[in-house]
Design a protein around this ligand. Sequence first.
Ligand SMILES: Nc1nc2c(ncn2[C@@H]2O[C@H](COP(=O)(O)OP(=O)(O)OP(=O)(O)O)[C@@H](O)[C@H]2O)c(=O)[nH]1
Length: 509
Amino acid sequence: MSQENSKPKLVAPLPAAGSPSDTQCDDVDAGLWSRVCETAATRVVLKSPVLANVVVLALWVLVWQLGRLVEYTEHASVWFPVAGLTFAVLLLEGAYLLPGLFGGCVLMTIWVGRKYGVALTDLQLAYAGMLFALAHIGSYALGARALRLLVMRGTRELPLLVIGFLLIAAAGSLLATATGVAALVFGGMMPAADAATVWLPYWIGDMAGVIVLAPFFGAALVTLNPHKTASLRASFNLNHQRATSQFKYKLLLTLTLLAASMWLAHATRSPNSAFAVFFLVIPYMWIASTESAFCNVVSVALGSVAIALLVHVFELKEFSMVYQFAINVIAANSLFALALPTLLADNIALRRIADTDSLTQAASRAHLEQRVRLDMLRCRMQGEALTMILFDIDNFKRINDGFGHAVGDRALKHACNIAQHALRPTDLLGRLGGDEFVAVLPGIDRVAARAIAERIRIQLATSTLEGGPALTASFGIAEMGVGDTCESLMESADKALYKAKQDGRNRVA
Ligand SMILES: Nc1nc2c(ncn2[C@@H]2O[C@H](COP(=O)(O)OP(=O)(O)OP(=O)(O)O)[C@@H](O)[C@H]2O)c(=O)[nH]1
């Protein structure tokens, strides 16, 4: 397995841009998992479907026990993490791991039946387990299929993929609840009368398991078996696995705030205090918008485990529903926040395209006019001068006609470069169109502007354009007067430029 493939990848859709490139990064999330993926044992398991099924079965049982740790009433846990594992396995691996999942369902049903002293024989418990397996696996197989279809149909927009995933998680877990509760009743594991009280916590717990842990387990599976999931991988941008050096502190702060909010509910025994956990959305959004998608998924998974465990530690079982909803809301928000860096980066890129002339990299006309208005306002308020230099390459049409458009383009870039170097960083050079440029000089009066224009004119006239003719340009200057607007100032500069052309070109007027 290559180093590239060995890094953890996320199955949930990832942002294409906005990586935490502005902060120092370390591979905190890549190292350990890479080593696990590269071991000989992992390679043997991947090659053998039988061994892979045994591993899935063992993992399924282990994750089930993790959910049971936080069970607050019979058949209802704060969350049901195994739902996320089933969903991820079915989404990324498909049918060959069904025996492992099926075996896990049957095994745990027998175990639960014995633990609660259900009056069924082992054979009857196995039958009940099979009914549960059909309900659980069937529902999540449908959900995984729906998500696959969404991706294969070419949905690429991150917010749409997240909405799709959340809706599928909600619908899949509702189906798993309806069929699962029916399976428990028909299998003799639960009295029919309990169904009315069990279904809601069952649903929310399952949904939390899918939303929080399917991306986490998915990330692990994609890394373990990259070829198997090549088509899905290709549908997602899986670039950002690195954590910033502050990630661990952000995580520590978030978990501390989480524990503090839950301690508050413990100390006051008030439902109002229990709702304080929803404030955790803020630090989670902070992590989601500043860290990689993988770190986001890890922090949500860790936070959810912490919530589930602290419900027990602080004896908050009467508020279990609040915490179940909190896990779902925080995870859903964090998944949506994955889109933030992408949207911000897209926004910056689009603004740059709109503000810049693509050939010369000078400011676009729209951007220039916007800046002129702002600079005029500011200079007026501060009692400063503002001058505009409008210039146009002389006989540019002849350059195009005689040397070709490509040389004409290079001449435009060349003139733009020379002007750019003669200006201060606070000045703005823009291209009005064709071979016409404008420089806006805040705080500069007509006399100083004339000197700058002369400098540009002489440098252009004495420079050489490789493979092209000698270049000259004509310049028109206008200083802002009382009552001038952007348009009237440009008009004055244009009149001056016209005069320079009339007077014989290659001059400043
Ligand atoms: N190579 C190139 N040519 C362009 C571009 N945009 C406009 N032009 C050409 O620039 C020329 C502008 O010529 P005119 O405005 O007629 O003026 P001129 O030939 O410079 O003459 P004077 O301004 O009177 O000195 C036209 O031939 C346009 O086709 C461009 O992006 N690249």
